[in-house]
Design a binder for this molecule. Structure first.
Ligand code: NCD
Length: 304
């Protein structure tokens, strides 16, 4: 069966509830799962990563399985000119699942076409980053009741940031009022914007009203237009802005942070970006348990 996890559009609310329930039980040691060490995942990363590759590896090791880590493809046959398709066919013979990060949008779909084992999209260029969005939503779900209306602000480089592209699509499944806050030239792609979304160029205009502020960095490595980079200016979440915010709101960031959140915000109890990284471990364990646990997976087959 096609168990590839390529896009958040494979999820509905019911699937998300099941996955979050699994993550919750793993987190609170209510579920004891031990894989055979013969269960092998391959981390195949064509782009830099700290959290995503390490948390996928940690998740598999903690479950008892093993990991092949190709975190710098310049040391692999890719440097000799091997195609993605060939590398995937080879590695799917050595592993039970492949976690793939690539700089090109659509790479995970290409990989899924030739792989005999499930492909998990760990970021495909400016496309999607579904497992990040799952851990982001899991974090929101821990702090708010997702059956009630919620105001969420996505802030920063919404044009090139794949985490916000995925998260926004998941938020559409709930009663979420969306605020899109970006400097000029860094707006969310039109196909993801819906009537009713509020568009802002400055965070202060929506800060007092939102329950979640999701900050992102400028994706410099994806921007070739230096003129655009120079005009981005400064957008920064500061203690002064936090002073305007609701008492029970939360601040999130997929990390790495560059300078869009003042370090003084870290001590504010509403700052949840480091909690988010730990939630990534539970979500990624839940994905593996769901993949290899015998139950049907929480997501629909990938169709494209
Ligand atoms: C994000 C990514 O790679 O898209 N990082 C991550 O996986 N936590 C966000 C980013 O690099 O800005």
């Amino acid at each position: 069966m096609n168990k590839h996890l390529i896009s958040v559009n494979q999820f509905d609310r019911e699937g998300l509830t099941r996955l979050f329930d699994l993550a919750h039980r793993l987190e609170h040691a209510q579920l004891d799962v031990t894989f055979s060490h013969k269960c092998v995942s391959t981390n195949l990363f064509y782009e830099p990563s700290t959290r995503t590759s390490s948390s996928f590896a940690s998740a598999m090791y903690k479950l008892g399985g093993s990991v092949i880590s190709i975190n710098d493809v310049s040391f692999s046959s890719v440097s000799k000119g091997e195609t993605l398709e060939d590398t995937i066919q080879v590695m799917s013979g050595y592993s039970d699942v492949i976690v793939l990060r690539h700089s090109e949008q659509g790479a995970a779909t290409r990989a899924a076409k030739v792989s005999s084992v499930p492909i998990i999209n760990a970021g495909d260029g400016v496309g999607e980053h579904p497992t990040q969005a799952l851990l982001d939503l899991y974090t929101i779900h821990k702090h708010f009741d997702l059956t009630k209306p919620l105001h969420v602000a996505l802030v920063g480089d919404l044009k090139h940031g794949r985490t916000v592209h995925s998260l926004l699509q998941l938020l559409r499944l709930y009663d979420v009022h969306v605020h899109l806050v970006s400097p000029e030239g860094f707006e969310m792609p039109a196909y993801l914007v819906q009537p009713g979304d509020e568009l802002h160029t400055h965070l202060w205009t929506c800060m007092p009203h939102v329950d979640v502020v999701y900050m992102t960095r400028v994706q410099k490595e994806r921007i070739t237009d230096t003129h655009l980079l120079n005009q981005v200016g400064d957008y920064k979440l500061t203690p002064a802005l936090m002073h305007m915010a609701k008492q029970h709101m939360i601040v999130m960031h997929p990390l790495p942070r560059v300078d869009e959140i003042d370090m003084r915000v870290d001590v504010d109890p509403r700052a949840k970006y480091f909690e988010q990284t730990t939630n990534g471990l539970w979500i990624r364990q839940a994905i593996f348990v769901n993949l290899f646990g015998g139950d049907s997976v929480c997501w629909a087959p990938h169709s494209k």
